[in-house]
Design a protein around this ligand. Structure first.
Ligand code: Q5B
Ligand code: MG
Length: 298
């Protein structure tokens, strides 16, 4: 299982951050060429990120570049440069329709061909940040076989909705639910939006818990300080792992008796609960938790 719990935004114009971003061990680093870059710095940021990707070793951390949209003067140049730089993923911001993705895909394909690269070498992600994008979420999520995930952008979304962000997040509840449902239906990753108040650690952890509970795989983040809390929330607790192992042991016993339904800890257990238990164990293993070898073969 590929973990995408944390995708750290790194302003593409900041040389020191671009050079060192991987040392904090987020699951992915995302060099930004879009909204954190002033208009007069677009070209220099693109060049900086291009050279960084070509020359630096990010030691296995997944690399992502948020490009500018094709409706801006920078999107085409970003695609050309980034296909030649070779990040793992290109992320398109403010995606509103399946067509937006198909247009980007076609340009990537042309650049791959021109550069003599294997077609499909670069994956795509789409950030959805508007009401129209949310209404089209499933069409976007299924627009391309390169698309490995969709991400929510709440700051732009609430602006487009003529509201603002609250701590409880009621104004983005529908959008979050719609986006994660579309991702699950398409079988791709879902990433929650950034939390901008770096001093509100409690509010951040509450938001991460909610995102996990809604079904998200992880979160876009803006600071290395936000990595540990997200990884802690997404790691199954010892009690969750132990409960999952009890389910697996119970179901192994049930199979011997030719029955598909059993009770564990007084609760009925059947196929969906077994699937969830398997996922908890997979997440625990992927997060580096040790599961005794004999337990993996029940
Ligand atoms: C906020 C702040 C300036 C604070 O800096 P500060 O330096 O005060 O922070 P400190 O904690 O003191 O840093 C301690 C050490 O970590 C280093 N360090 C910090 N942050 C680092 C980092 N990100 N990458 C690598 N390194 C980092 C730093 O260099 C220092 O290193 P050192 O000096 O060696 O000790 C900084 O974090 C930052 O720029 N963040 C990214 C902001 C950004 O990209 N925004 C755009 C994306 S959102 C958007 O567009 C909305 C959206 O589209 C989003 C959606 O998708 O949801 C929507 O619509 O919603
Ligand atoms: Mg945005």
């Amino acid at each position: 299982m590929k973990l995408r719990r944390t995708m750290l935004y790194v302003p593409g114009g900041n040389a020191a951050m671009v050079k060192d971003a991987h040392i904090y061990r987020s699951d992915a680093i995302m060099f930004d060429l879009e909204d954190s870059i002033a208009v007069n710095e677009k070209d220099s940021a693109r060049l900086l990120v291009f050279h960084a990707l070509r020359t630096l070793n990010y030691e296995g951390t997944e690399t992502v570049v948020r490009i500018n949209g094709l409706d801006s003067p920078y999107g085409r140049d970003d695609i050309k440069a980034m296909v030649n730089a070779g990040p793992d993923i290109i992320r398109l911001p403010k995606t509103e329709t399946a067509r937006d993705i198909q247009d980007v895909e076609e340009l990537i394909r042309q650049e791959e061909k021109a550069a003599g690269l294997e077609e499909g070498s670069i994956a795509l992600m789409a950030a959805i940040e508007s009401p129209l994008g949310i209404l089209n979420a499933y069409q976007i999520a299924t627009a391309s076989s390169r698309l490995i995930g969709i991400a929510f952008g709440a700051e732009d979304y609430v602006t487009n909705m003529k509201t603002s962000r609250s701590r409880a997040g009621s104004e983005i509840f529908y959008a979050r639910s719609a986006l994660v449902t579309a991702a699950r239906a398409a079988g791709i990753y879902a990433l929650d939006t950034v939390f901008s108040d770096l001093n509100d650690e409690e509010g951040f952890v509450e938001e991460v818990r909610m995102a996990k509970q809604l079904g998200f795989d992880g979160k876009s983040i803006i600071s290395p300080r936000q990595i540990r809390p997200v990884h802690d929330v997404f790691a199954p607790t010892e009690a969750e792992v132990e409960a999952a192992l009890r389910v697996m042991r119970g179901i192994a016993e049930a199979k011997k008796r030719n029955t598909g339904v059993i009770t564990v800890d007084g609760k009925m257990v059947d196929k969906p609960m077994v699937d969830r238990a398997e996922r908890v164990i997979e997440m625990a293993k992927a997060s580096g938790q040790r599961i005794p070898e004999e337990e993996l073969h029940v």
